[in-house]
Design a protein around this ligand. Sequence first.
Ligand SMILES: C[S@@+](CC[C@H](N)C(=O)[O-])C[C@H]1O[C@@H](n2cnc3c(N)ncnc32)[C@H](O)[C@@H]1O
Length: 312
Amino acid sequence: MPVNTVIFNELVKRGYSVQGKKRSWDVANAKLWYLTPELVKGYLNLTTYPPYRKNFIDLELGLLKKRAKLIAGFCGATTFNLIDLGCGDGSKAAAFIKQLPANVRMRYCPVDVSKTLLDMAVKRVRSMHSNKVFAIKPFLTGFSEMGEIAPMLRNSEYQSNVVLLLGGTIAQYDINDFLYQISKDMLPGDSLIIGNGYRTGKRFVHLEKYKDPLFHKWFVHIVKGLGFSEKEVQVGTRFAHGRLEGYYTVLVDKKMTHKGKTVYFRKGDEIIVAIQYKFYSSELQNFCKLYFKDVQFLPEKKGEYCLLLGKK
Ligand SMILES: C[S@@+](CC[C@H](N)C(=O)[O-])C[C@H]1O[C@@H](n2cnc3c(N)ncnc32)[C@H](O)[C@@H]1O
């Protein structure tokens, strides 16, 4: 299998930890999940999976439509940069823009590591021919570049930034670090809109939901990117280390050399490829309050999904 340099380097950089007799390689960085056409296809397949659409996508779209006017009032400015952080295919931003008041003038600024998804978002918003979208400025880059992007976008015409962080993206990262990193590049008057799931009952339930083959069809491309064939690994899903984890158990001893670096995998090693944190609503609100003011929690009563608004 051809090795993907970015995935391989991430594994080398992070190394492994030893748990009992098992060696665990944690390569669960959401930035890797959309790296190649196969990975993007795996993600897009998930977005058409009926339970996922019903419990996440449709709930978030419904909230954005219902709450657009309230959100516009919360943001204050009618002229702003709409920074769609991790824009995906742009469908959420498009639904949101459609519902905003007619006096809004925005520059739509999608940010994503995936060129395929970024192009989809640009195309989708452009094809709306909305009177509210005066310009589109995409950024093919990682979230870590926000420190450059946010100030660069601010000018006399577009003085404030409204940041969209939708689709549960925040649950794939360390939430404190993530919120701190975005907040430090925002100025008073800027706003953040998060879309994420929240738990009401026990934190960790319904593990079977995540065992759907669609997840394997997506994440197997991470271990393939490390040079494994499907037969050399076995997929697993569990709640561990305070989060949901998707991982692969290595079934063979394997030496992998790529661009001068060698890794020795042993039979029984595990490779963690995907993670998702689960939060209660109070936790989400408290995290946001650490970095933002006027935090508002807008839940969807029909399910465990919410929008969170915060002002810098
Ligand atoms: C869960 S999807 C959400 C997509 C979209 N916001 C939505 O709600 O449909 C996460 C998106 O963030 C992007 N992404 C994840 N980590 C990233 C990073 N570190 N830098 C830039 N983009 C990233 C992915 O490529 C993907 O499009």
